[in-house]
Design a protein around this ligand. Structure first.
Ligand SMILES: Nc1ncnc2c1ncn2[C@@H]1O[C@H](COP(=O)(O)OP(=O)(O)OP(=O)(O)O)[C@@H](O)[C@H]1O
Length: 231
């Protein structure tokens, strides 16, 4: 891990207001993510972990505060530039893979690169290589319905990495898998991001998995605290 700053969350708060009720979900959250580091955010259900992850990935807007990535203030960007940052610099892995059901594994992995307008042959070569690295070289032409849960999640990992993102954000990426395949998928993600030098932030309930990361932070009622401060 090097100590070059990649993403900085500064004084971020988030309030939902449905007219009658105001819910404050995040309270003045500060967080720095460094290039290549692996970071876990743990905490009880409803504590605000996913909300924070979404805000880091420009998928939800903070009520106050800001998020910068390599000196770009993400919430001051045009929506077009934000979409570019999401596509070029960020990779997302969710509990449910969100693969396109009518496309093959190879096509699903290729999609984010096709959107960038890169050469099809080059993309296919890279997507094939990534699928081989996640152990699915023999499943290139299978659609999601023709794969197991763990295999689909591995396709989602390959897809998250196709554009060489600087940061991969994962929300309970193994939450829908049994303990053994969950662990195998998690190992694969952490190995791959380490090889590629990609920073990785994961939201998880699983303390055992979180303990393997470089750093662990705890979310408690919308406040982010260092794991060391909890003891
Ligand atoms: N659109 C919304 N309007 C109102 N409240 C919301 C909205 N979205 C989320 N919340 C509330 O924000 C809180 C935090 O939600 P969030 O999904 O970030 O929690 P979490 O820590 O990821 O939980 P889990 O581990 O169960 O996924 C919850 O209490 C939830 O009810």
């Amino acid at each position: 891990m090097n100590s070059e700053l990649l993403l900085k969350v500064s004084n971020v708060s988030k309030c939902y207001n449905d007219g009658a009720v105001e819910t404050q979900v995040l309270h003045s959250v500060d967080l720095e993510v460094f290039k290549g580091e692996q970071l876990a955010i743990v905490g009880s259900s409803g504590s605000g972990k996913s909300t924070l992850l979404h805000i880091m990935g420009t998928l939800d807007k903070p009520s106050t505060g800001n998020v910068t990535m390599l000196d770009e203030d993400l919430y001051q960007l045009s929506s077009q530039r934000q979409a570019q940052v999401r596509n070029n610099s960020l990779g997302f892995i969710y509990q449910f893979h969100h693969l396109l059901p009518e496309f093959t594994a190879l096509e699903n992995v290729s999609m984010p690169a096709l959107i960038q307008g890169k050469k099809r042959k080059e993309i296919e070569r890279k997507a094939t290589n990534l699928l081989q690295r996640v152990g699915l070289g023999h499943r290139l032409t299978h659609t999601p319905a023709e794969m197991s849960g763990g295999e689909r999640q591995r396709v989602a990992i390959a897809r998250a990495l196709i554009n060489d993102p600087k940061l991969v954000l994962a929300d309970e990426p193994t939450g829908n898998l049994d303990a053994n395949s969950g662990e195998a998928v998690y190992e694969l993600i952490t190995e791959l991001v380490a090889q590629l030098g990609t920073a990785f932030v994961v939201v998880t309930h699983d303390q055992k998995l979180a303990a393997r990361m470089d750093r662990q932070l705890h979310m408690k009622n919308g406040h982010l605290v260092d794991a060391k401060e909890l003891v």
